[in-house]
Design a protein around this ligand. Structure first.
Ligand code: 5GP
Length: 202
């Protein structure tokens, strides 16, 4: 309502507000693809590129998929306070860049964090207004099939990831929303609806 300073202030504040959205899912759920599709679709959304000590998989681009560093470098960065949160997942270290999130929020962006549940729970403590979305595979059999099809892990690593998936799924109740990824377009549209609804929250 133009002319009313109080209402203008409310509208302005509502319009110019960033958001932290965490999308967690067991490895192989297709979460990275989902996050990328969301970032492509929602203009204000940006992907938080994590820092990891895991070696790149074939086709992964440094600086786009992850910032790949060695273990020592990672530990130094964590100690110097460069990371908002970090966790050890499947034997490798992963962390969120404090600077990336700070700068995105300063520009009123919706920053999408593709991180594990340990990270999600840490983020909720730092940003109580963050929205936490848990993505589940349609079944454990389907998850196993997807991880095997990726052909990037050894049998032992696959087993480790499946066990981890079971542990992660048990933490789903700590999240705000649950999305089942049986159809990628449907899952993307559901996550987009969550982000849009949260952006309209007063
Ligand atoms: P992947 O090796 O399959 O890319 O990722 C393994 C797991 O690490 C996934 O669950 C992914 O979401 C998680 N992960 C990726 N980046 C981060 C991060 O910055 N922090 C935390 N806590 N987990 C992350």
């Amino acid at each position: 309502m133009p002319g009313n300073p109080m209402i203008n202030k409310i509208l302005e504040k509502h319009k110019s507000r960033g958001m932290v959205a965490v999308v967690s899912a067991p490895s192989g759920t297709g979460k990275t693809t989902l996050c990328r599709m969301i970032v492509d679709d929602i203009q204000r959304a940006v992907f938080s590129v994590s820092i990891t000590s895991r070696p790149p998989r074939p086709g992964e681009k440094p600086g786009y998929d992850y910032v790949f560093v060695d273990k020592e470098d990672f530990k130094q960065r964590a100690q110097s306070g460069e990371m908002l949160e970090w966790a050890k997942v499947h034997g490798h270290y992963y962390g969120t860049s404090k600077e990336l999130v700070r700068s995105a929020l300063e520009q009123d962006k919706y920053v999408i964090l593709d991180i594990d549940v340990q990270g999600g729970i840490q983020i909720k403590k730092i940003f109580p207004a963050a929205v936490l979305v848990f993505v589940m595979p349609p079944s454990m059999e389907e998850l196993k099939r997807r991880i095997e099809n990726r052909k990037s892990e050894t049998a032992e690593e696959i087993e480790k990831r499946l066990q981890n998936a079971r542990d992660e799924m048990e933490k789903a109740p700590e999240y705000d929303y649950l999305v089942i990824n049986s159809d990628i377009d449907k899952a993307v549209s559901e996550i987009k609806s969550i982000i849009i609804s949260e952006s309209l929250r007063i």
